[in-house]
Each structure stands twice: as C-alpha cells, then as structure tokens.
Design a protein around this ligand. Structure first.
Ligand SMILES: [Zn+2]
Ligand SMILES: [Zn+2]
Length: 176
C-alpha cells in the first residue's frame, strides 16, 4: 500500500511554527507523510457551546471531513487553539475518528505550564497520538507509550514521541 498522507489544517490561529513542527515526528513515528494544507479554517464559532464556553469536537471534525478528497490513503487533522470538548468529558486534548479519517487536536490545555520547547514537545506527542488513532491504534496502558491516554499535560511530558513495542508491531501491521 502507498504511504498514507495526513493533511494538517489550522483551525483558528495556532502558531504556524508549532504546526510545521509536526511533520517530522508524524513521519518518523507513525510513517505518514504529513503536509500542511493551504486551506485554513477560521475560528470555529459554529462549534461554540455557550454553557461550557468550549468548542464541540464533532462540529469541527465534520467541517474538516469536507476537506478530504476521497483518496483512499488520505487522513486529515485539524490543529486549533480552541478549548475542545466531547459531551462525556470536561475537556479533551484531541479526538480522532478512524471511520471518517478525521482528527482534531488543541493547544489550549497543553499550554498550561509549558512554552517553547516543552510546549512543542507536548504538541508533537498529542499529534502523533491522534495520528495513531487515525491509522487504527487504540489506547495503550504503558504510560511511556505515545498511545497512553493522557489526563493531564504532565502525562504528555512523560510519554515518548513514539509507540511502545506492542503498538509498533500493530502499527507495522496496519501500515503494511
Ligand atoms: Zn487517544
Ligand atoms: Zn503502546
């Protein structure tokens, strides 16, 4: 199978240096060719929930899905500054749906207590994690594995950028 491509789409105004910094780790650790889309989505007012003052992942993901061009190996991931939620959680760092090939991730919560290089690493860890879900990996119980479910930004700091051996074997099978 040809290599999967991941279209990175800015949603709102995440710093372009951070978005650009995702390409290399996504290629190295998930084996996808990531490209930053020229299409940028504006701040997602349509996804705003007034009661929570947060943005609903699903609404943003639906819009991101319209950018897919129906190529079999294509995936899309939005990168936003907006504070994201899904109904059952107080917040999420990101969300991915393998079926629709769409993910979204946010810098909002990752910024807490980090800037510069530390923030960049967190953003990279989260991007690799969501790309893993898009390819078909599920959660991992190894706290150092990139597929571990993080509940705090510090959980992201403890994770490696890449998958554990078990997840790597599964990834190789999925990417074959
Ligand atoms: Zn996850
Ligand atoms: Zn793992």
């Amino acid at each position: 199978m040809p290599q999967k491509t991941l279209l990175l789409v800015t949603v709102g105004n995440p710093p372009s240096t951070l978005v650009n910094s995702l390409q290399e780790p996504l290629a190295t650790h998930m084996g996808v060719s990531a490209v930053v889309s020229r299409t940028a989505l504006s701040s997602p007012a349509y996804a705003f929930n007034k009661d929570r003052s947060q943005y609903h992942c699903n609404a943003i993901m639906r819009r991101l899905g319209t950018l897919l061009e129906d190529a079999p190996q294509e995936l899309v991931m939005g990168v936003t500054d907006a504070d994201l939620f899904v109904p059952d959680s107080p917040f999420v760092f990101g969300e991915a749906d393998r079926e629709s090939k769409v993910a979204v991730m946010s810098l909002y919560r990752l910024r807490q207590g980090a800037e510069g290089e530390a923030l960049r690493r967190r953003v990279q860890v989260e991007a690799v994690h969501q790309a893993g879900h898009l390819i078909g990996l599920s959660y991992c119980e190894d706290a150092r594995c990139v597929m571990f479910f993080p509940q705090t930004p510090q959980d992201c700091d403890r994770k490696q950028l890449g998958p554990c051996n078990v997840c790597r074997n599964e990834l190789n099978r999925l990417n074959r």
